[in-house]
Write a protein that binds this ligand. Sequence first.
Ligand SMILES: Cc1ncc(COP(=O)(O)O)c(C=O)c1O
Length: 400
Amino acid sequence: MAEPKHPQKPDTKIITGGRRKALTGAAVNPPVWRASTHLYDDVAALDEGDKTNEDGRFFYGRRGAPTQWSLSEALTELEPGAHGTMLYPSGVAAIAGALLSVLQPGDVLLMSDNAYDPSRSFAQGFLKRWGVETRFFDPLIGAGISQLFCERTRAILMESPGSLTFEVSDIPAICAAAKAHKGKREIVTLLDNTWATPYFFTALDKGVDMTILAATKYVVGHSDVMAGSVTTTKRHWQALRSTAQTLGQVLSPDDAYLAARGLRTMAVRLKAHEAAALDIAHWLAERPEVATVLHPALPSCPGHEIWKRDFTGSSGLFSFVLKGDRDKAAKFVDTLELFGIGYSWGGFESLAVPKRPEKYRSAVPWHCDGTVIRLQIGLEDVGDLKADLERGFQNVGSRT
Ligand SMILES: Cc1ncc(COP(=O)(O)O)c(C=O)c1O
């Protein structure tokens, strides 16, 4: 595609992004450029190649080739205010790569208490050994975060909504507080935006400095590829890029190809996930066996008002609290035929897992009257999914 001559809506950008003819050739999709060695015409060209370190120029496989550049550009185009996107071999690698590009020994990292467990482990293990102290904060803290700032505060990692308990944070207020802080070094804000994707929440225009996706989920969309991305502004681009290169991070061309292929249908998939998940969430909220439903679009979810203000939609992942203990929840989940039992989410198939969020909290204790079951609502018929859940309820018996 040539540069767009006219403004494009997000649904269109998802289709056109990264499809410049220089990257795709005559094909609709960029071909898979599988190469470690790139050959130069002569030594003068080799020497010339050493002078710049930018995407879009052949150099060596670790700096990618048109397949990866095309996916990066497509993701960059979805975030107003973005300068570039680095790709990683998983979402966890993207989170680690973004944090390492910002932090140095002696710094304090603030992390939302509902962050994905491996993000917490990275901070409590690797970053601690590396001399970075992590302090966890209440995801509902909003502008109050400024009271946690100290001379050493360097970064804030948010996840909104949290992918287990679904609290929605006031991202604009947290980012505004970070920007208003007048310390020796600026405070950089990072968001794990995997649940909403830029389709339902553009992050940089809300004040976030680096927005992270586990592309493994909705971008790929087919439960068959691991991938991650970090999209950022010009200000943070060089640090992000050089850290990724120093660490040797590269997404394989085959995986980049599949991720780009997934991306093209992300808008339609997300709308279908949204509609089915909302239908099932409302249905569950009426059930006497259910203590509460944790879905950002339902008033029962902490931060629901913020979701209404800031997001343009909701995806297919949410939790509900089944009254009763974990054995009952296990029996419920074991009964389900259409819901697989497995980690991850964002694919076309439904999943259900009992969870213990209280294990991953340190700033604010987490309690509920029952057992959390997290559902990923896939693209199956919603009536079939409800019938499956109904069988689960019947199997665990008592309606209270
Ligand atoms: C919210 C969130 N962020 C990041 C990740 C990590 O992504 P990956 O599994 O690709 O490393 C996950 C994976 O489940 C996740 O749920």
